[in-house]
Design a protein around this ligand. Structure first.
Ligand code: B12
Length: 217
């Protein structure tokens, strides 16, 4: 196992053992070893949290475990965030994005990672948080003259609110003023196509790539 693989494994293990201190230590080791923060999040922390989620689904773990695993991930992300390459935001504002998790859904870890990555890549990002109503997305987008509205959903039961968002924009006659992109655990490219949004990203790195493409159009 290389040093990098070992650190990524430590990050994943720390989340799976609900150990925030170990997660912070592994994050610091990752920074020292100059592993990209994105890789550390995606291939270490998030991977570990998905294992926790799978065990929860299989009935091997309980809700408090999800909370503790999420806390460990968050603690480590705080360490890594400070080391993302921030471009000169003033001179390279690539576009303005309103991002939130749809109504009824309180999952916001992925959302915050995506928001950080977009910021680190020169976008001006307005994070309206989780359990955000369709109207909130639209009002905020109007207020800040957004280029992109980005919606996250982690549950099959809340995914339909993404469709509502598109329909509400159409009803208001402003659908063509914004690009809409979606993502989150159960969301797929097929779903994105079916509800008529402009972009889909499976992780934070893809979210950045897709957002860059969308503002070019
Ligand atoms: C952590 C977690 C929680 C935490 C959330 C903490 C927080 N602040 O977010 C807590 C414990 C609070 C929680 C609660 C619940 N949870 Co939960 N939770 C999870 C878990 C384990 C991990 C989610 C996560 O944070 N992953 C890590 C992040 C980094 O990944 P991510 O969110 O997928 O985001 C990445 C990509 O998806 C993408 N992305 C995300 N958003 C966007 C947006 C755009 C625009 C783009 C382009 C990309 C993108 O980029 C991100 C970074 O790579 C998942 C299991 C899983 N396999 O996902 C279950 C899961 C999502 N939860 C689930 C459930 C059922 C619940 C509860 C209903 C449990 C309960 N019985 O009370 C409640 C929900 C209450 C509510 N109304 O929302 C189910 C959902 C099942 C379904 N219906 O689809 C899952 C799948 C677990 C399971 N297997 O059963 N949960």
């Amino acid at each position: 196992m290389t040093k990098e693989e070992e650190i990524l494994q430590n990050l994943s293990d720390a989340v799976q053992s609900f150990d925030s201190d170990a997660a912070i230590d592994a994050a610091k080791a990752s920074v020292e070893a100059k592993i990209s923060p994105v890789k550390a999040i995606e291939e270490g922390l998030a991977k570990g949290l998905r294992v926790v989620g799978d065990k929860f689904e299989a009935g091997e773990l309980w809700l408090p475990h999800l909370v503790l695993g999420a806390e460990a991930l968050e603690a480590a992300v705080k360490v890594l965030e400070g080391h993302m390459a921030i471009e000169d935001l003033e001179s390279t504002n690539r576009g303005t994005i309103v991002i939130g998790t749809v109504e009824g859904d309180i999952h916001d870890l992925g959302l915050r990672i995506v928001a950080s990555m977009l910021r680190a890549n020169g976008f001006r990002v307005y994070d309206i948080g989780c359990d955000a109503r369709t109207l909130n997305f639209i009002e905020k987008a109007k207020e800040v003259k957004a280029d992109i509205i980005a919606a996250s959903s982690l549950m099959t039961t809340t995914m339909p609110f993404m469709k509502d968002l598109v329909e509400a924009l159409e009803t208001a006659g402003i659908r063509d003023q914004y690009k809409v992109m979606v993502g989150g655990g159960p969301v797929t490219e097929e779903w994105a196509k079916a509800i008529g949004v402009d972009g889909y990203g499976k992780d934070a790195a893809e979210a950045v790539r897709v957002a860059k493409e969308l503002v070019k159009k």
